[in-house]
Design a protein around this ligand. Structure first.
Ligand code: ZN
Ligand code: ZN
Length: 328
């Protein structure tokens, strides 16, 4: 199917209306009145995102600095590998949020994606910040090089890379929708085995500063996942010719493949870490995949994993609780 390329939105075009006519490929002047937008409830999402504002150096790392050398070799290794992984997700996400906003012909989407891009930039900074607190520059660089060198990580990121780059090169509606699917996977599933590792350390009273930072990131990613699911559903509804069996089957197969790769990666990085039950972890990955599919208006594909098998994680996503632990 040959498809026309989306045009970048005009920066300011007084002949077009302020309220957008379509999310992508529509007309909008570039002027934003939040009280008159095409999808009014997105204002709340914007307020929620902005309300989550935080900065990396607000988190006190002094106890983590003392504790890092006392972690087991396997824990240290997983810590560095997982920070390396997280950085390979947040870095492209900063740019993908910007790319989506450049093609969005709805000024509310442009603003929301700008906030998301800013938060991804903070997430990236936070990885540099925590690593610089606990290891030498040489070890920091080694961790940040994993995304370019570790074969399991490269394999795991291959499909995201392919689809993100395809949208960058060829901005069609189809490539945009596929990028949104991988964004939903990234925001709603790919991060979470990494998050679980840090919460597991925190529940054993280890590296609580890092875990507090991760809980801030986690809170942001949940909101990003929520918005991108909304944007996906609305874009699909506005472009019904793409809402066909072939595309929806593609979404399900992208989810299945991503779940398999996520399980392979998390087994590789977490199997020697004590306190994490790998069967629970696999269930958690499938639970997250189901949850994202539901939010995107699709069906669950893992009927045995509709409930969270790692309920203890919930407490750590709530930032206030982590603070209590850290104060104790
Ligand atoms: Zn992020
Ligand atoms: Zn995000």
């Amino acid at each position: 199917m040959s498809q026309s390329l989306l045009e970048k939105a005009k920066t300011l075009e007084p002949r077009y209306p302020n309220k957008s006519t379509k999310l992508f490929g529509g007309k909008s002047s570039g002027i934003l009145n939040w009280n008159d937008i095409a999808y009014p409830h997105w204002y709340k999402m914007y307020k929620k995102l902005v309300g989550n504002y935080w900065q990396a150096d607000e988190v006190n790392m002094s106890s983590d600095v003392r504790q890092f050398p006392t972690l087991t070799r396997d824990e240290q290794d997983a810590y560095l590998k997982i920070i390396g992984l997280l950085s390979t997700l947040d870095a492209p996400q900063t740019r993908t949020a910007l790319l989506i906003s450049l093609y969005a012909t709805d000024p509310s989407v442009q603003s929301i994606m700008a906030v998301i891009a800013q938060q991804e930039a903070v997430h990236n900074e936070s990885y540099s910040y925590v690593l610089s607190s606990v290891v030498s520059l040489a070890e920091q660089n080694e961790s940040f090089d994993l995304g370019r060198k570790d074969p399991v990580l490269l394999k795991r990121n291959d499909a995201i890379m392919k689809h993100y780059n395809a949208f960058s090169k060829e901005p069609t509606i189809e490539n945009l929708l596929k990028t949104m699917v991988y964004t939903a996977l990234l925001e709603g599933m790919f991060f979470y085995s990494g998050f679980a590792f840090f919460y597991n350390l925190a529940r054993h009273n280890k590296m609580v500063g890092t875990s507090t930072m991760v809980s801030y990131i986690n809170r942001d990613e949940l909101e990003h996942g929520r918005f991108i699911s909304e944007l996906f559903r609305a874009t699909l509804a506005e472009n019904p010719e793409h809402n066909n069996e072939e595309f929806i089957e593609w979404v399900y197969s992208a989810f299945k493949q991503s779940v398999d790769l996520e399980i392979e990666w998390s087994t590789y990085v977490l199997q020697n870490v004590s306190g994490i039950d790998m069967e629970e972890m696999k269930g958690y990955v499938k639970y997250r995949a189901n949850k994202m599919l539901r939010m995107m208006g699709l069906s669950e594909i893992y009927p045995d994993h509709v409930d969270n098998p790692m309920k203890w994680i919930r407490a750590y996503v709530d930032v206030r609780y982590v603070y209590q632990v850290s104060a104790a």
